[in-house]
Ligand binder design. Structure first.
Ligand SMILES: N[C@@H](CCC(=O)N[C@@H](CS)C(=O)NCC(=O)O)C(=O)O
Length: 219
């Protein structure tokens, strides 16, 4: 296995974006291996050898092949404990950061996953699929907003970047892409715009990756 980490990902994949952020915030150089979810590259036999669940992200690092973005981020933070610490040392902050990350990871992202949306379009049509997205994303963002009222400072949990922030920004991008109105969630919008000012978040944005579609590319 190569010594430079390899990240199988896709510019728009929110779970991959979380890992891009972790690697970038920790100044870890990595090879970007694009997997186009729209053309079904994740469904090939070749990719099934990389991840039997046929999902991204997959990170090859330290001779290991890891899946699931949140455990990957935990591994990066534990093995590269330099600042910023993505998992807070304080147990209360740690629990709150993981709680917000989990609201997004298990409470929102599965409802918008590519294979789920594809199946919904086939079974109930485009309009009902959009209603589904609006319902589940709004429900999830209500929970995030309620959490941020209590936990946020400049960022999701106080004034330090945590795993929660790595999940929030890609999720806000997805909501905008699916035309879900976030105006009722002022803490979400405020924290998101603070995060977007940071160089690592600018660099990892979906519209600045090697596989970003040309019509979406931004500088
Ligand atoms: N809980 C997993 C979610 C992984 C996941 O669902 N990835 C999506 C992209 S964000 C995917 O690869 N979807 C492929 C498909 O739906 O066919 C993680 O955090 O890594």
């Amino acid at each position: 296995m190569s010594s430079k980490p390899i990240l199988w990902n896709f510019f728009r994949s929110s779970a991959s974006w979380r890992v891009r952020l972790a690697l970038t915030l920790k100044s870890i150089d990595y090879e970007y291996k694009p997997v186009n979810l729209y053309t079904g590259e994740q469904l090939t036999e070749e990719f099934a050898q990389v991840n039997s669940k046929q999902e991204i992200p997959v990170l090859e690092i330290d001779g290991l092949r890891l899946t699931q973005s949140l455990p990957i981020i935990e591994y990066i933070d534990e093995t590269r404990p330099q600042e910023p610490r993505l998992i807070p040392q304080d147990p209360v902050k740690r629990c709150k950061a993981r709680m917000i990350a989990e609201i997004i990871n298990s409470g929102i992202q599965p409802y918008q996953n590519t294979n789920v949306l594809k199946r919904l379009v086939n079974e109930i049509g485009e309009e009902k699929k959009n209603e589904w997205l609006k319902f589940y994303l709004t429900k999830g963002f209500k929970a995030i907003e309620a959490a941020l009222v209590e936990t946020s400072g400049k960022y999701c949990v106080g004034d330090d970047i945590t795993i929660a922030d790595l999940c929030l920004v890609p999720q806000v991008y997805a909501a905008n892409r699916f035309n879900v109105d976030l105006t009722n969630f002022p803490h979400v919008l405020r924290v998101n715009s603070e995060l977007e000012k940071l160089p690592a978040f600018h660099k990892c944005h979906a519209h600045r990756q090697v596989d970003t579609f040309p019509e979406l590319r931004e500088n």
